[in-house]
Design a protein around this ligand. Sequence first.
Ligand SMILES: Nc1ncnc2c1ncn2[C@@H]1O[C@H](COP(=O)(O)OP(=O)(O)OP(=O)(O)O)[C@@H](O)[C@H]1O
Ligand SMILES: [Mg+2]
Length: 323
Amino acid sequence: MPLTFEGVSYSYTNPEHQKKRRARRAKRGAAEEPPSVQAHGKPVWGTDPNAIWALRDISFQLRDGEFLGIAGHTGSGKSTLVQHLNGLVHPTRGRVLFAGRDVADKRVAQECRGQVGMVFQYPEHQLFAATVYDDVAFGPRNLGIAGDELEQRVRRALERVGLAFDDVRDKSPFELSGGQQRRVAFAGVLAMEPRVLVLDEPMAGLDPVGRAEFLDLVAGLHAGGLTVVMVSHSMDDLARLADRILVLNEGELFALGTPEEVFARGEELRAIGLDVPAAQRLAHELRTCGFSLPRALYDDESLADDLAAQLTGAAQAKGNAHA
Ligand SMILES: Nc1ncnc2c1ncn2[C@@H]1O[C@H](COP(=O)(O)OP(=O)(O)OP(=O)(O)O)[C@@H](O)[C@H]1O
Ligand SMILES: [Mg+2]
């Protein structure tokens, strides 16, 4: 059930936002957007001075079972893009296809929403019910699920996010810690049993331990078969988890490929305000100092291993030469 973007562009038309966007472009030294050009009475893509083109001609396919990371500077269009994935937002131009059918069709959008679960930034702000049980049960209840099946779903969803059903079911979500609240909100999405999970900055505002736990949780859900799309500012997290990374710049698709492919373009990424993971950057520096580091993608551990092997090898060679 792949999701396909075909030439998707999306425009907001709020003049206030447009002013800020212009200012940001100017600050970054980017060229002014060209004046409006009309074709058949409609502004040509990217040329209406009253429109903010948050996305510009984006085409790609989300593959079944993959983990797709989305990166890009602030305001590059990441949230706008992911909101297209379940028909929450419709393209101004182009199409989003769900299993080959246009999500602009209401029935397709409804079906799509049933299968694509969306976790927004600070999802705990959306908690509302008197008990954890009712909060998690809200979505499946709306699908007409009741009785034992409903209870099973809520139990399963809470256990998937690492909360003990019997401990939390009757608590108010608001007496839980921030991290636990986030888990409850997450469980509410999982209780809909989606096949695709879309996460917009799910780790924002968590402490390092909370972040690590949450990342493990997401990695576990992906390993269990869910297709995952995750927006993140952390290139380290994306390097570790993503099968492919999609990079946006000013609403355009800047890069799409495996982490190795994307991070090979380190200089270009830096030019658009992004960075490669720390270990990757260090490996690059060390190579310029003469170290031979053959892997295309390094994390802290693999870099430490390769460095240790080389330094031990060099020390032994030196020892042999002295002997
Ligand atoms: N409701 C809105 N009305 C008008 N313009 C908007 C609206 N929401 C977003 N925009 C503009 O659309 C562009 C893309 O915004 P979007 O929120 O998708 O970016 P983002 O990559 O998610 O940013 P961040 O990393 O800050 O979350 C920005 O220029 C933003 O100012
Ligand atoms: Mg965003």
